[in-house]
Ligand binder design. Structure first.
Ligand code: LLP
Length: 470
Protein backbone atom coordinates (compact mmCIF):
# COMPACT_ATOMS: atom_id res chain seq x y z
CA UNK A 1 0.00 0.00 0.00
CA UNK A 2 1.34 3.45 -0.91
CA UNK A 3 1.49 6.24 1.64
CA UNK A 4 -1.56 8.09 0.34
CA UNK A 5 -3.58 4.87 0.39
CA UNK A 6 -2.57 4.17 3.94
CA UNK A 7 -3.53 7.77 4.75
CA UNK A 8 -6.87 7.18 3.09
CA UNK A 9 -7.35 4.12 5.27
CA UNK A 10 -6.87 6.29 8.33
CA UNK A 11 -9.24 8.82 6.77
CA UNK A 12 -11.84 6.10 6.24
CA UNK A 13 -11.58 5.35 9.90
CA UNK A 14 -11.72 9.00 10.83
CA UNK A 15 -15.31 8.78 11.98
CA UNK A 16 -14.46 6.02 14.41
CA UNK A 17 -11.29 7.74 15.63
CA UNK A 18 -7.72 6.47 15.39
CA UNK A 19 -6.50 3.59 17.54
CA UNK A 20 -4.21 5.77 19.63
CA UNK A 21 -7.17 7.74 20.89
CA UNK A 22 -8.76 4.53 22.17
CA UNK A 23 -8.17 3.05 25.58
CA UNK A 24 -8.61 -0.57 26.64
CA UNK A 25 -11.66 0.61 28.60
CA UNK A 26 -13.25 1.93 25.38
CA UNK A 27 -12.66 -1.38 23.69
CA UNK A 28 -14.23 -3.37 26.54
CA UNK A 29 -17.15 -0.94 26.96
CA UNK A 30 -20.55 -1.88 25.58
CA UNK A 31 -22.33 1.06 23.95
CA UNK A 32 -25.92 0.46 25.15
CA UNK A 33 -27.67 1.40 21.90
CA UNK A 34 -25.82 -1.38 20.06
CA UNK A 35 -26.67 -4.25 22.40
CA UNK A 36 -29.79 -6.13 23.45
CA UNK A 37 -30.77 -4.51 26.71
CA UNK A 38 -29.97 -7.36 29.11
CA UNK A 39 -26.39 -7.68 27.81
CA UNK A 40 -23.71 -6.54 30.29
CA UNK A 41 -20.19 -7.55 31.21
CA UNK A 42 -20.42 -9.85 34.22
CA UNK A 43 -18.17 -9.77 37.31
CA UNK A 44 -15.19 -11.34 35.53
CA UNK A 45 -15.65 -9.30 32.36
CA UNK A 46 -17.37 -11.87 30.13
CA UNK A 47 -20.64 -10.88 28.49
CA UNK A 48 -23.87 -12.06 30.01
CA UNK A 49 -27.30 -11.96 28.39
CA UNK A 50 -30.45 -12.37 30.47
CA UNK A 51 -28.09 -13.29 33.32
CA UNK A 52 -26.47 -16.15 31.36
CA UNK A 53 -22.75 -16.22 30.62
CA UNK A 54 -21.93 -16.36 26.90
CA UNK A 55 -19.17 -18.88 27.60
CA UNK A 56 -21.81 -21.27 28.92
CA UNK A 57 -23.99 -20.61 25.88
CA UNK A 58 -21.05 -21.36 23.60
CA UNK A 59 -20.28 -24.58 25.49
CA UNK A 60 -23.87 -25.75 25.42
CA UNK A 61 -24.96 -24.70 21.94
CA UNK A 62 -21.68 -24.28 20.07
CA UNK A 63 -20.58 -21.40 17.84
CA UNK A 64 -21.46 -19.61 15.71
CA UNK A 65 -24.92 -18.94 17.03
CA UNK A 66 -27.46 -16.15 16.98
CA UNK A 67 -28.45 -15.21 20.55
CA UNK A 68 -31.89 -13.62 20.84
CA UNK A 69 -32.69 -11.67 24.00
CA UNK A 70 -36.39 -12.26 24.59
CA UNK A 71 -36.77 -9.37 27.04
CA UNK A 72 -35.30 -6.99 24.49
CA UNK A 73 -37.50 -8.28 21.65
CA UNK A 74 -40.64 -7.98 23.78
CA UNK A 75 -39.64 -4.50 24.94
CA UNK A 76 -39.27 -3.35 21.33
CA UNK A 77 -42.68 -4.79 20.41
CA UNK A 78 -44.20 -3.00 23.42
CA UNK A 79 -42.54 0.29 22.56
CA UNK A 80 -44.04 0.16 19.06
CA UNK A 81 -47.47 -0.83 20.42
CA UNK A 82 -47.36 1.96 23.00
CA UNK A 83 -46.20 4.53 20.42
CA UNK A 84 -48.85 3.46 17.88
CA UNK A 85 -51.89 2.61 20.04
CA UNK A 86 -54.51 3.50 17.43
CA UNK A 87 -52.55 2.15 14.50
CA UNK A 88 -51.66 -1.39 13.42
CA UNK A 89 -48.04 -2.51 13.70
CA UNK A 90 -47.21 -5.31 11.28
CA UNK A 91 -43.93 -7.05 12.10
CA UNK A 92 -42.16 -7.65 8.75
CA UNK A 93 -41.35 -11.34 9.03
CA UNK A 94 -38.75 -11.24 6.27
CA UNK A 95 -36.35 -9.74 8.85
CA UNK A 96 -36.45 -13.01 10.81
CA UNK A 97 -39.24 -15.52 11.15
CA UNK A 98 -39.65 -18.70 13.16
CA UNK A 99 -42.53 -20.03 15.20
CA UNK A 100 -41.25 -18.79 18.56
CA UNK A 101 -40.93 -15.26 17.20
CA UNK A 102 -44.40 -15.40 15.64
CA UNK A 103 -45.82 -16.36 19.06
CA UNK A 104 -43.92 -13.56 20.80
CA UNK A 105 -45.03 -10.85 18.40
CA UNK A 106 -48.63 -12.13 18.48
CA UNK A 107 -48.62 -12.11 22.30
CA UNK A 108 -47.32 -8.55 22.19
CA UNK A 109 -50.25 -7.45 20.04
CA UNK A 110 -48.46 -7.07 16.71
CA UNK A 111 -49.74 -8.05 13.29
CA UNK A 112 -47.53 -9.86 10.77
CA UNK A 113 -46.39 -9.11 7.22
CA UNK A 114 -45.38 -12.16 5.16
CA UNK A 115 -44.23 -12.16 1.54
CA UNK A 116 -44.15 -15.81 0.45
CA UNK A 117 -46.09 -19.02 1.01
CA UNK A 118 -43.14 -20.19 3.12
CA UNK A 119 -43.44 -17.27 5.53
CA UNK A 120 -47.20 -17.74 5.57
CA UNK A 121 -46.74 -21.42 6.46
CA UNK A 122 -44.51 -20.53 9.42
CA UNK A 123 -47.02 -17.94 10.63
CA UNK A 124 -49.95 -20.35 10.40
CA UNK A 125 -47.95 -23.16 12.01
CA UNK A 126 -47.49 -20.88 15.00
CA UNK A 127 -51.24 -20.14 15.14
CA UNK A 128 -50.97 -16.52 14.10
CA UNK A 129 -54.59 -15.50 13.51
CA UNK A 130 -54.88 -15.24 9.72
CA UNK A 131 -56.86 -12.01 9.88
CA UNK A 132 -53.79 -10.38 11.49
CA UNK A 133 -51.57 -11.29 8.52
CA UNK A 134 -50.81 -9.06 5.53
CA UNK A 135 -49.49 -10.75 2.38
CA UNK A 136 -46.88 -8.95 0.26
CA UNK A 137 -44.78 -9.79 -2.78
CA UNK A 138 -44.23 -8.62 -6.34
CA UNK A 139 -44.69 -12.06 -7.89
CA UNK A 140 -47.20 -14.02 -5.86
CA UNK A 141 -48.06 -17.22 -7.69
CA UNK A 142 -51.67 -18.35 -8.16
CA UNK A 143 -50.93 -21.14 -5.65
CA UNK A 144 -49.67 -18.62 -3.08
CA UNK A 145 -52.69 -16.39 -3.57
CA UNK A 146 -55.04 -19.37 -3.28
CA UNK A 147 -53.32 -20.41 -0.08
CA UNK A 148 -53.64 -16.91 1.36
CA UNK A 149 -57.34 -16.75 0.47
CA UNK A 150 -58.04 -20.19 1.88
CA UNK A 151 -56.25 -19.28 5.10
CA UNK A 152 -58.29 -16.07 5.29
CA UNK A 153 -55.42 -13.56 5.52
CA UNK A 154 -56.49 -10.08 6.60
CA UNK A 155 -55.17 -8.27 3.57
CA UNK A 156 -53.22 -8.77 0.39
CA UNK A 157 -51.03 -5.97 -0.88
CA UNK A 158 -51.38 -6.16 -4.66
CA UNK A 159 -48.35 -5.30 -6.73
CA UNK A 160 -49.18 -5.81 -10.43
CA UNK A 161 -52.02 -6.02 -12.95
CA UNK A 162 -51.32 -9.72 -13.40
CA UNK A 163 -51.79 -10.22 -9.68
CA UNK A 164 -55.11 -8.37 -9.73
CA UNK A 165 -56.21 -10.66 -12.61
CA UNK A 166 -55.20 -13.76 -10.66
CA UNK A 167 -56.71 -12.67 -7.40
CA UNK A 168 -59.95 -11.59 -9.04
CA UNK A 169 -60.32 -14.99 -10.72
CA UNK A 170 -59.56 -16.86 -7.49
CA UNK A 171 -61.96 -14.68 -5.49
CA UNK A 172 -64.75 -15.25 -8.02
CA UNK A 173 -64.17 -19.01 -7.92
CA UNK A 174 -64.43 -18.99 -4.15
CA UNK A 175 -67.19 -16.43 -3.83
CA UNK A 176 -65.08 -14.32 -1.43
CA UNK A 177 -64.20 -10.62 -1.36
CA UNK A 178 -60.53 -10.32 -0.31
CA UNK A 179 -59.35 -7.11 1.29
CA UNK A 180 -56.51 -5.56 -0.67
CA UNK A 181 -54.19 -2.57 -0.65
CA UNK A 182 -52.48 -1.15 -3.72
CA UNK A 183 -48.73 -0.87 -3.41
CA UNK A 184 -47.74 2.51 -4.77
CA UNK A 185 -44.29 3.41 -6.06
CA UNK A 186 -44.11 7.01 -4.94
CA UNK A 187 -40.85 8.02 -6.65
CA UNK A 188 -38.91 8.80 -3.47
CA UNK A 189 -35.12 8.51 -3.49
CA UNK A 190 -34.58 7.12 0.00
CA UNK A 191 -31.14 7.74 1.48
CA UNK A 192 -30.08 4.15 1.85
CA UNK A 193 -28.18 1.51 -0.12
CA UNK A 194 -29.54 1.16 -3.68
CA UNK A 195 -30.42 -2.51 -3.21
CA UNK A 196 -32.70 -1.76 -0.25
CA UNK A 197 -34.40 1.36 -1.61
CA UNK A 198 -37.82 0.51 -3.02
CA UNK A 199 -39.76 3.62 -3.96
CA UNK A 200 -37.73 5.18 -6.78
CA UNK A 201 -39.31 4.65 -10.19
CA UNK A 202 -36.84 2.26 -11.79
CA UNK A 203 -37.40 -0.93 -9.77
CA UNK A 204 -39.71 -3.90 -9.57
CA UNK A 205 -42.09 -3.10 -6.71
CA UNK A 206 -45.53 -1.56 -6.88
CA UNK A 207 -47.60 0.56 -9.26
CA UNK A 208 -46.06 3.79 -10.44
CA UNK A 209 -47.71 6.93 -9.14
CA UNK A 210 -46.16 9.28 -11.67
CA UNK A 211 -47.05 7.06 -14.64
CA UNK A 212 -50.68 6.78 -13.52
CA UNK A 213 -50.56 2.99 -13.02
CA UNK A 214 -51.40 3.27 -9.30
CA UNK A 215 -54.55 5.30 -9.97
CA UNK A 216 -55.58 2.90 -12.74
CA UNK A 217 -55.13 -0.10 -10.45
CA UNK A 218 -57.25 1.52 -7.74
CA UNK A 219 -59.98 2.53 -10.21
CA UNK A 220 -60.06 -0.93 -11.70
CA UNK A 221 -60.44 -2.63 -8.31
CA UNK A 222 -63.18 -0.19 -7.27
CA UNK A 223 -65.02 -0.51 -10.59
CA UNK A 224 -64.90 -4.29 -10.71
CA UNK A 225 -65.98 -4.61 -7.08
CA UNK A 226 -64.62 -8.17 -6.72
CA UNK A 227 -61.81 -7.16 -4.37
CA UNK A 228 -62.35 -4.79 -1.45
CA UNK A 229 -59.89 -1.92 -1.74
CA UNK A 230 -58.92 -0.95 1.82
CA UNK A 231 -56.20 1.53 1.07
CA UNK A 232 -52.87 2.51 -0.42
CA UNK A 233 -49.48 1.22 0.61
CA UNK A 234 -46.02 2.69 0.30
CA UNK A 235 -42.69 1.30 1.51
CA UNK A 236 -39.77 3.50 0.56
CA UNK A 237 -36.84 1.32 1.61
CA UNK A 238 -34.89 0.05 4.54
CA UNK A 239 -32.44 1.34 7.18
CA UNK A 240 -33.74 4.90 6.80
CA UNK A 241 -32.98 7.58 9.41
CA UNK A 242 -34.38 10.64 7.77
CA UNK A 243 -38.15 11.32 8.05
CA UNK A 244 -38.16 13.40 4.85
CA UNK A 245 -38.70 10.33 2.67
CA UNK A 246 -41.78 9.35 4.67
CA UNK A 247 -43.08 12.88 4.41
CA UNK A 248 -42.81 12.96 0.62
CA UNK A 249 -44.24 9.46 0.38
CA UNK A 250 -47.25 10.29 2.61
CA UNK A 251 -47.89 13.49 0.70
CA UNK A 252 -47.90 11.74 -2.66
CA UNK A 253 -49.92 8.76 -1.59
CA UNK A 254 -52.55 10.96 0.10
CA UNK A 255 -52.77 13.11 -3.01
CA UNK A 256 -53.65 9.89 -4.85
CA UNK A 257 -56.18 9.11 -2.12
CA UNK A 258 -57.78 12.52 -2.80
CA UNK A 259 -57.73 11.86 -6.55
CA UNK A 260 -59.57 8.56 -5.97
CA UNK A 261 -62.15 10.32 -3.81
CA UNK A 262 -62.67 12.99 -6.43
CA UNK A 263 -62.97 10.46 -9.26
CA UNK A 264 -64.97 7.71 -7.54
CA UNK A 265 -66.43 9.30 -4.41
CA UNK A 266 -64.65 6.79 -2.14
CA UNK A 267 -62.39 7.65 0.79
CA UNK A 268 -60.17 4.63 1.41
CA UNK A 269 -60.20 3.79 5.12
CA UNK A 270 -56.59 2.62 5.57
CA UNK A 271 -53.05 3.74 4.77
CA UNK A 272 -49.80 1.83 5.19
CA UNK A 273 -46.48 3.66 5.17
CA UNK A 274 -44.35 0.51 5.29
CA UNK A 275 -41.29 -0.11 7.42
CA UNK A 276 -37.64 0.73 6.98
CA UNK A 277 -36.87 2.44 10.28
CA UNK A 278 -33.11 2.45 10.83
CA UNK A 279 -31.25 0.90 13.75
CA UNK A 280 -27.78 1.42 15.23
CA UNK A 281 -25.13 -0.92 13.89
CA UNK A 282 -22.24 1.28 15.02
CA UNK A 283 -21.84 4.28 17.28
CA UNK A 284 -22.29 6.49 14.18
CA UNK A 285 -25.97 5.57 13.86
CA UNK A 286 -28.58 7.50 15.79
CA UNK A 287 -32.00 5.94 15.29
CA UNK A 288 -35.31 7.54 16.24
CA UNK A 289 -37.36 5.96 19.03
CA UNK A 290 -40.77 4.48 18.15
CA UNK A 291 -42.34 7.38 20.06
CA UNK A 292 -40.44 9.91 17.88
CA UNK A 293 -41.41 8.03 14.76
CA UNK A 294 -45.06 7.93 15.76
CA UNK A 295 -45.10 11.64 16.44
CA UNK A 296 -43.49 12.45 13.11
CA UNK A 297 -45.60 10.08 11.02
CA UNK A 298 -48.83 11.25 12.66
CA UNK A 299 -47.94 14.89 12.14
CA UNK A 300 -47.16 14.22 8.48
CA UNK A 301 -50.36 12.21 7.86
CA UNK A 302 -52.62 14.59 9.80
CA UNK A 303 -51.13 17.58 7.98
CA UNK A 304 -51.52 16.04 4.54
CA UNK A 305 -55.07 14.85 5.27
CA UNK A 306 -56.04 18.33 6.42
CA UNK A 307 -54.50 19.81 3.26
CA UNK A 308 -56.43 17.36 1.06
CA UNK A 309 -59.61 17.61 3.20
CA UNK A 310 -59.52 13.86 3.82
CA UNK A 311 -60.57 12.04 6.98
CA UNK A 312 -57.42 10.53 8.50
CA UNK A 313 -57.27 6.86 7.43
CA UNK A 314 -56.30 4.15 9.88
CA UNK A 315 -52.52 4.02 9.70
CA UNK A 316 -50.39 0.92 9.71
CA UNK A 317 -46.62 0.44 9.61
CA UNK A 318 -44.37 -2.56 8.95
CA UNK A 319 -41.16 -2.47 10.98
CA UNK A 320 -38.96 -5.56 10.71
CA UNK A 321 -35.39 -4.56 11.43
CA UNK A 322 -36.32 -2.12 14.21
CA UNK A 323 -38.15 -4.89 16.11
CA UNK A 324 -35.75 -7.81 15.83
CA UNK A 325 -32.42 -6.38 14.64
CA UNK A 326 -31.06 -5.03 17.91
CA UNK A 327 -32.41 -7.96 19.98
CA UNK A 328 -29.78 -10.38 18.63
CA UNK A 329 -26.03 -10.75 18.63
CA UNK A 330 -23.99 -13.40 16.85
CA UNK A 331 -21.53 -15.31 18.97
CA UNK A 332 -18.45 -16.57 17.11
CA UNK A 333 -15.21 -18.22 18.13
CA UNK A 334 -11.97 -16.74 16.88
CA UNK A 335 -9.93 -19.23 14.84
CA UNK A 336 -6.95 -17.31 13.48
CA UNK A 337 -5.40 -13.88 14.00
CA UNK A 338 -3.27 -12.53 11.17
CA UNK A 339 -1.58 -9.11 11.20
CA UNK A 340 -1.25 -7.63 7.73
CA UNK A 341 1.07 -4.71 7.03
CA UNK A 342 -0.27 -2.15 4.57
CA UNK A 343 2.97 -0.20 4.27
CA UNK A 344 4.03 3.20 5.52
CA UNK A 345 1.34 5.75 6.34
CA UNK A 346 1.57 9.50 5.62
CA UNK A 347 3.69 10.01 8.73
CA UNK A 348 6.02 7.17 7.70
CA UNK A 349 4.75 4.89 10.45
CA UNK A 350 3.69 1.39 9.52
CA UNK A 351 -0.03 1.05 8.87
CA UNK A 352 -1.75 -2.27 9.13
CA UNK A 353 -4.74 -4.12 10.27
CA UNK A 354 -5.25 -7.49 11.79
CA UNK A 355 -7.53 -10.05 10.21
CA UNK A 356 -9.45 -11.92 12.88
CA UNK A 357 -11.11 -15.01 11.38
CA UNK A 358 -14.21 -16.42 13.01
CA UNK A 359 -16.02 -19.73 12.55
CA UNK A 360 -18.86 -18.28 10.43
CA UNK A 361 -18.96 -15.37 8.00
CA UNK A 362 -20.87 -14.41 4.88
CA UNK A 363 -23.08 -17.50 5.16
CA UNK A 364 -24.56 -16.22 8.44
CA UNK A 365 -24.25 -12.49 7.68
CA UNK A 366 -24.23 -11.53 4.00
CA UNK A 367 -25.07 -7.89 4.72
CA UNK A 368 -21.50 -6.60 4.86
CA UNK A 369 -20.61 -8.17 1.50
CA UNK A 370 -23.94 -7.34 -0.14
CA UNK A 371 -24.71 -3.82 1.13
CA UNK A 372 -21.32 -2.70 2.43
CA UNK A 373 -23.02 -2.69 5.83
CA UNK A 374 -21.10 -1.70 8.96
CA UNK A 375 -21.11 -3.70 12.18
CA UNK A 376 -19.39 -3.58 15.53
CA UNK A 377 -17.75 -6.37 17.55
CA UNK A 378 -16.30 -7.03 20.96
CA UNK A 379 -14.37 -9.83 22.62
CA UNK A 380 -17.13 -11.48 24.63
CA UNK A 381 -15.39 -14.13 26.70
CA UNK A 382 -13.10 -11.87 28.77
CA UNK A 383 -12.08 -8.29 29.33
CA UNK A 384 -8.67 -7.21 28.12
CA UNK A 385 -6.25 -4.57 29.25
CA UNK A 386 -4.28 -4.80 26.00
CA UNK A 387 -3.95 -1.78 23.73
CA UNK A 388 -6.63 -1.38 21.04
CA UNK A 389 -5.72 -2.49 17.55
CA UNK A 390 -7.43 -2.00 14.24
CA UNK A 391 -9.04 -5.28 13.22
CA UNK A 392 -11.18 -6.66 10.45
CA UNK A 393 -13.43 -9.56 11.38
CA UNK A 394 -13.63 -12.06 8.53
CA UNK A 395 -15.27 -15.43 8.04
CA UNK A 396 -14.11 -18.87 6.98
CA UNK A 397 -15.44 -18.84 3.43
CA UNK A 398 -13.44 -19.11 0.23
CA UNK A 399 -13.97 -15.51 -0.78
CA UNK A 400 -11.95 -12.38 -0.07
CA UNK A 401 -15.16 -10.37 0.37
CA UNK A 402 -16.19 -12.63 3.25
CA UNK A 403 -16.09 -9.79 5.78
CA UNK A 404 -18.31 -9.58 8.85
CA UNK A 405 -17.03 -6.36 10.43
CA UNK A 406 -15.00 -4.07 8.20
CA UNK A 407 -13.27 -2.04 10.90
CA UNK A 408 -13.28 -2.44 14.63
CA UNK A 409 -10.90 -1.80 17.46
CA UNK A 410 -10.24 -5.05 19.26
CA UNK A 411 -7.69 -5.65 22.01
CA UNK A 412 -4.26 -6.45 20.61
CA UNK A 413 -4.18 -9.73 22.54
CA UNK A 414 -7.24 -11.20 20.79
CA UNK A 415 -6.44 -14.85 20.18
CA UNK A 416 -7.81 -18.14 18.86
CA UNK A 417 -10.40 -19.49 21.26
CA UNK A 418 -11.74 -16.06 22.26
CA UNK A 419 -15.45 -15.58 21.76
CA UNK A 420 -16.41 -12.60 19.65
CA UNK A 421 -19.88 -11.03 19.70
CA UNK A 422 -21.34 -8.98 16.84
CA UNK A 423 -24.51 -7.07 17.82
CA UNK A 424 -27.43 -5.99 15.64
CA UNK A 425 -27.68 -9.27 13.71
CA UNK A 426 -31.34 -10.07 14.36
CA UNK A 427 -32.62 -8.76 11.05
CA UNK A 428 -31.72 -10.15 7.61
CA UNK A 429 -28.86 -12.33 8.86
CA UNK A 430 -30.41 -15.72 9.71
CA UNK A 431 -33.18 -15.00 7.21
CA UNK A 432 -30.62 -14.43 4.42
CA UNK A 433 -28.19 -17.12 5.57
CA UNK A 434 -26.85 -19.57 3.03
CA UNK A 435 -24.91 -22.82 2.90
CA UNK A 436 -22.06 -21.35 0.89
CA UNK A 437 -19.09 -23.73 1.06
CA UNK A 438 -21.44 -26.22 2.69
CA UNK A 439 -21.20 -24.43 5.98
CA UNK A 440 -24.25 -25.40 8.06
CA UNK A 441 -26.43 -22.49 9.16
CA UNK A 442 -26.16 -21.55 12.86
CA UNK A 443 -28.89 -22.02 15.45
CA UNK A 444 -30.99 -19.29 17.05
CA UNK A 445 -30.87 -19.44 20.84
CA UNK A 446 -33.63 -17.68 22.75
CA UNK A 447 -32.57 -16.38 26.16
CA UNK A 448 -35.35 -15.43 28.54
CA UNK A 449 -36.59 -16.10 32.06
CA UNK A 450 -33.09 -17.11 33.17
CA UNK A 451 -32.87 -19.95 30.64
CA UNK A 452 -31.71 -20.51 27.07
CA UNK A 453 -33.32 -22.73 24.50
CA UNK A 454 -32.85 -23.47 20.83
CA UNK A 455 -35.68 -22.07 18.69
CA UNK A 456 -34.03 -22.80 15.33
CA UNK A 457 -31.54 -25.64 15.53
CA UNK A 458 -28.13 -25.75 13.94
CA UNK A 459 -28.00 -27.35 10.53
CA UNK A 460 -25.92 -30.50 10.32
CA UNK A 461 -23.97 -32.19 7.59
CA UNK A 462 -26.82 -34.71 7.50
CA UNK A 463 -29.23 -31.87 6.71
CA UNK A 464 -27.02 -30.80 3.83
CA UNK A 465 -26.67 -34.34 2.53
CA UNK A 466 -30.42 -34.98 2.92
CA UNK A 467 -31.10 -32.57 0.07
CA UNK A 468 -28.38 -34.12 -2.08
CA UNK A 469 -30.21 -37.16 -3.41
CA UNK A 470 -27.32 -38.46 -5.41
N1 LLP B 1 -42.56 -3.63 4.37
C1 LLP B 1 -42.19 -3.97 3.12
C2 LLP B 1 -43.17 -3.91 2.04
C3 LLP B 1 -40.89 -4.38 2.87
O1 LLP B 1 -40.52 -4.69 1.64
C4 LLP B 1 -39.95 -4.41 3.93
C5 LLP B 1 -38.57 -4.82 3.70
C6 LLP B 1 -40.38 -4.07 5.23
C7 LLP B 1 -41.70 -3.67 5.40
C8 LLP B 1 -39.48 -4.11 6.41
O2 LLP B 1 -38.39 -3.25 6.32
P1 LLP B 1 -37.48 -3.01 7.64
O3 LLP B 1 -38.32 -2.32 8.66
O4 LLP B 1 -37.05 -4.36 8.14
O5 LLP B 1 -36.34 -2.22 7.17
N2 LLP B 1 -32.22 -7.42 3.15
C9 LLP B 1 -32.11 -5.99 3.35
C10 LLP B 1 -33.43 -5.38 3.67
C11 LLP B 1 -34.49 -5.72 2.66
C12 LLP B 1 -35.81 -5.19 3.08
C13 LLP B 1 -36.88 -5.76 2.26
N3 LLP B 1 -38.16 -5.24 2.57
C14 LLP B 1 -31.11 -5.70 4.45
O6 LLP B 1 -30.51 -6.63 4.96
O7 LLP B 1 -30.87 -4.54 4.78
Amino acid sequence: MRAHEAGALHGELGLRGPAWLRTPEDVNALVPQLWPRTVVRGPDGALTVGGLDVRDLAREFGTPGYVLDEADLRARCREFRAAFPDEDVYYAGKAFLCRAVVRIIAEEGLFLDVCTAGELAVALAADMPAERIGFHGNNKSPAELARALDAGVGRIIVDSDAEIDRLTALARERGVRPRVMVRVTVGVEAHTHEFIATAHEDQKFGFSLAGGAAAQAAFRILDEGVLELRGLHSHIGSQIFDADGFEVSARRVLALQAQIRDARGVELPELDLGGGFGIAYTTQDDPATPADLAKRLRRIVDGECAAERLATPRLSIEPGRAIVGPAVFTLYEVGTVKPVSLGAGVDGADVGRTYVSVDGGMSDNIRTALYDASYSATVASRPSSAAPMLARVVGKHCEAGDIVVKDEFLPADVQPGDLLAVPGTGAYCRSMASNYNHVPRPPVILVGGGAARVIVRRETEDDLLALDVG
